[in-house]
Design a protein around this ligand. Sequence first.
Ligand code: NAP
Length: 257
Amino acid sequence: MARLGTRLPQSSRGRGFAQGRRNGRGRNAPFLFTRLQTDRPFVALKLATSIDGRIADAGGRSQWISGPEARDHVHWLRAGFDAIAVGGTTALTDNPQLTARGGITPRKPPVRIVFDRRAMLNSGVSLVQTAREVPTWVVASPEAPAANVTVLEGNGVRVFRPETLAQSFAQLRLAGIQSLLCEGGGALGTKLLAEGLVDRLYWVQAPVWLGEGGVPAFPGVRAFPLAEAPRWVAVERRPLGADTLLVLDRRLCLPES
Ligand SMILES: NC(=O)c1ccc[n+]([C@@H]2O[C@H](COP(=O)([O-])OP(=O)(O)OC[C@H]3O[C@@H](n4cnc5c(N)ncnc54)[C@H](OP(=O)(O)O)[C@@H]3O)[C@@H](O)[C@H]2O)c1
């Protein structure tokens, strides 16, 4: 059972219409499973894509693929996670705030984490500028230039330098992160998927076409023969304004199992 004080990722009970296969307790089972069976946080990947699976147009613009209802839902979702993460390219391109600004104010603001092997973030980026107000961490590599790391640390950013992604997640868990919502981009999300580090996918599909040249949501996912292709479990489907949210879990995980 969850310890008192453990923050569980939000399930959509009480958020209007939802067609889910499981109740709130069932939807939290993968979180509890990951917490007990692994040395890493529960990891959810959230992406907003076009009908043709693009997360940005050919010029790298992604604001906004989804509509206001979907974006409001994401703020609500963020409040249930210990940390919100993005890749370095997204942090530099979109300059996001990565804060929970919805109807729920989290007891503790989620930690903001940027996966940025070369520690390229600089003091022109909002995440770095506000690092003393909202905890901000960078997962770099041991090879990241020392000068870049010094700039980040001088701005109040905590820098980790693990050898591998798996090691970084073990370090984040030791640092108190039990659940992490990764909000892209495609390159980081696909790496996490390839290493089996994603437990849940929040996929917002918007009714827009972006076509050839748009940034793909899942670049370079390896091919599987159909009979052996992984199938995830749909745990929720709901309309969010003009968009559609599909929530998929990697494994079927029942509270009793
Ligand atoms: N629609 C959406 O939901 C959505 C969400 C987010 C972003 N976007 C859009 O997507 C685009 C950016 O996405 P992207 O796929 O190009 O890039 P991305 O996923 O944002 O960035 C990849 C980053 O991950 C880092 N990384 C990879 N492996 C790592 C590791 N083991 N440890 C630490 N860091 C690691 C990379 O560093 P290295 O370069 O050193 O490997 C790189 O900085 C932008 O146009 C943005 O607007 C859309």
